[in-house]
Design a protein around this ligand. Structure first.
Ligand SMILES: Cc1cc2nc3c(=O)[nH]c(=O)nc-3n(C[C@H](O)[C@H](O)[C@H](O)COP(=O)(O)O)c2cc1C
Length: 197
């Protein structure tokens, strides 16, 4: 695939096969993230790569328990409100049962923490598409950055003092008839462009 086709056919996958991602493919995806640009070439993005089913279940349970305690108000961001409502029903699995969850953490207080993690995750999602793997951006962990239960569990997984998770991503084989990620190119309705000169 040429670069623009690779970019245009990257679509979010939210249904995954219970099939492990090969080590070589996973390492290429992570390498793509590590080679993303970073502000001032800081390279402080910390990749926590989780494949342990018990850990994934624990994260899903903690997220569900903690979201269930939250209140939805008219100002609540729609996607967060959905996470809260599904958690209150007890059915929520934020990582879509994907076999791999990659957390990108960075230093709290570093001005480009979120931007660097975003660059890393986009690189990883594009690499995933190149390898016929499905991926999806996940915000639910960073919404719990101030939650003591989630933060203390993340520390057992390697999150360092002074770090927080800014972007996460799920990865795996798509549960589609051909096992390939959905690649339908969606026309743009927004994202206007102004050329000057
Ligand atoms: C900043 C950001 C946050 C997102 N958060 C989530 C999320 O928490 N859960 C999810 O399923 N998708 C999430 N997404 C994926 C978007 O919903 C998705 O990219 C968008 O609907 C366009 O669809 P596409 O990725 O298939 O092109 C997020 C994407 C971005 C860029």
């Amino acid at each position: 695939m040429d670069a623009l086709t690779l970019i245009k056919t990257r679509r979010s996958t939210r249904k995954f096969l219970q099939k492990a991602v090969e080590k070589e493919k996973l390492e290429q995806v992570i390498e793509a993230g590590r080679f993303a640009p970073s502000g001032g070439n800081n390279q402080t993005t910390h990749f926590i790569v989780i494949q342990d089913t018990a850990v994934l279940e624990n994260l899903a349970r903690i997220a569900r328990d903690e979201f269930a305690k939250m209140e939805v108000t008219p100002d609540t961001y729609a996607s967060l409100a959905k996470s809260i409502k599904l958690s209150q029903k007890g059915t929520y699995v934020f990582h879509y049962n994907a076999p791999v969850l990659v957390l990108t953490a960075n230093r709290i207080g570093y001005g480009n923490n979120m931007a660097d993690c975003c660059c890393a995750v986009e690189n990883m999602m594009l690499m995933a598409n190149a390898l016929d793997l499905g991926s999806c951006w996940i915000n639910q962990i960073n919404w719990l950055n101030d939650n003591p239960a989630m933060v203390s569990y993340l520390k057992t997984l390697g999150l360092q003092e002074g770090e927080a998770v800014y972007v996460s991503m799920v990865l795996g084989y798509a549960d589609t008839p051909d096992g390939l990620p959905p690649r339908i190119i969606m026309p743009r309705k927004g994202n206007p462009v102004t050329y000057v000169g």
